[in-house]
Design a protein around this ligand. Structure first.
Ligand code: ZN
Length: 168
């Protein structure tokens, strides 16, 4: 093998590597779960729980928001990369009121941030996980969300969420 071949093949290899790096995002199959975005905690009332969690986490609540369609008032705290979402029922028919009636206050769901919510819903449905909504719906904190039925996830309510600004 002469030296020019070695050099040429090295250059070619580097070029291919660079190209795959550049084009990878275009050809990538967007089905990644990126991180735990937040933990949802069902509480009886926000008025006393917000100061409690502010003390506990040593950080102020940065947002409160009502999601009328879900019958909840929410309050958010940033803890490192992940958030804590407190959930208070706004009426007796709210899923949070039902949850607290059955199990009492406590961890209600785990939310995973995904790159492409539709692709992730399709992937999980194909694997037999039951989705609680057919299409992504509006959630709190500027998110599109979809829940998985706990009966197909060993009793854990899972939320998929994607920032609306990142949704194509
Ligand atoms: Zn949530």
């Amino acid at each position: 093998m002469d030296i020019s071949y070695k050099v040429t093949s090295k250059v070619l290899f580097c070029r291919l590597n660079c190209l795959s790096f550049i084009y990878a995002p275009i050809f990538k199959n967007y089905t990644e779960m990126l991180k735990i975005e937040h933990l949802g905690i069902a509480i009886k009332e926000l008025d006393s729980s917000i100061p409690l969690f502010e003390q506990l986490l040593n950080t102020p609540c940065y947002k409160t928001e009502t999601v009328a369609s879900e019958g909840v008032n929410t309050a958010f705290f940033q803890t490192g990369e992940a958030k804590i979402e407190l959930l208070e029922a706004t009426n007796d028919l709210s899923p949070i009121a039902k949850f607290i009636g059955k199990k009492g206050p406590g961890i209600h769901h785990i939310a995973f941030e995904v790159e492409n919510i539709e692709a992730e819903m399709k992937r999980l449905a194909a694997l037999g996980f039951e989705l609680l909504n057919e299409k992504p719906k509006d959630g709190a904190d500027n998110k599109l969300v979809c829940f998985l039925h706990p009966k197909t996830t060993n009793g854990v309510l899972i939320e998929l969420c994607q920032e609306k600004n990142n949704h194509i």
